[in-house]
Design a protein around this ligand. Sequence first.
Ligand code: ADP
Ligand code: ASP
Ligand code: MG
Length: 409
Amino acid sequence: MALIVQKYGGTSVGSTERIEHVADKVMDSRAKGNDVVVVVSAMSGETNRLLALAEDISDHPTPRELDVLLSTGEQVTIALLSMALEKRGCAARSYTGSQVHIRTDSTHNKARIREIEDKRIHADLAAGRVVVVAGFQGVDDNGNITTLGRGGSDTTAVALAAALKADECQIYTDVDGVYTTDPRLVPEARRLDRITYEEMQEMASLGSKVLQIRSVSFASRYNVPLRVLSSFEEGEGTLITCEDKEMEQALISGIASNRDEAKLTILGVPDTPGVAYQLLGPIADANIEVDMIIQNVAPDGATTDFTFTVHRNDYSRALEILSRTADELGAREVSGDDKIVKLSLVGVGMRSHAGIASTMFAALAKEGVNIRMISTSEIKISVVVDEKYLELGVRILHEAFDLAQPEKI
Ligand code: ADP
Ligand code: ASP
Ligand code: MG
């Protein structure tokens, strides 16, 4: 008998009919002899609806109260799914995050899971019940409700699978696996049978929202076999796993794109030791994460120019802070652009192959897509381009690396 954690996303539980369908799928897994723990998201659109309500009341809702509000979405679906299971004669119990002691830190709206108490869940499973847990939420040491950031139900599922030492964590969603790129952007995208934790982590962090990044980090750290599958069609989905020798070594596994980007530039800053710290220190103090950074020293060697990117939500705050610093340092000019996007190629095969970057740059140049920034790491290359080139850019790169075709070994 295996222990399986199944997670169903918003679209999969988007109506009562779909919740009934999920109940049937859970029953199927039970009929195969598995113990099943289910994690559900809120019904699709519900978290956004709740956020909009909060914004009607306040431009800056208190993070603690926002978590109390947002966590209600998942409470609806755990109860409905448990009712659907009970109706089918299957004993089930629903639990909120705090009821199963999903302990997190106190960072409201993007809390991190610290530990999960597994006793209660194991007792229910031993009594023959299906356990249905609310995704995306936890509780801090003071009993406050916390949430884990958008897409956080994935992380709840993987963390539960790790804590319970489950045999597999299955993420059921509205696509039948992880594709070479978002199949909604490129219909020719190809489903991958397997992808490594490392590549999936890069894809997720670079904008592929099919899995929340923390869920992949958890899976990798605790070696949880993770599979992405469709709620609506049968199939093997995509297995996310350790790199092994038999795995086909694709040069490029996928292309990620991210719209949540903005860039800021400061020109003519006196080039003295500590200038990077003086510019970026206040940004970091405001809890704004900086991604790419470029520094150019002017030909006279006396001044320097800086460009860096931040999350689009932080753009106006970052611009304000940078303008203040510019006044203090006597910089010539500050400018910004929040109509940029990041396109990234990801693949462990890049480690052993040269020439990928030049193929990428040539393909974009041929279609007149101007590259504004570049950054690379061992298994990824990212470029920043104007927002209007997002779809075109992803399609050009998908084509240039022939990703619609299965890898030739
Ligand atoms: P859920 O509500 O089930 O958590 P999400 O919307 O969070 O579902 O994630 C599934 C979506 O991820 C798909 O509908 C797809 O548009 C998007 N996506 C982005 N990149 C990829 C990719 N490389 N492969 C598959 N889906 C992707
Ligand atoms: N309901 C939350 C969201 O929409 C969590 C999740 O779906 O994973 O982000
Ligand atoms: Mg999701």
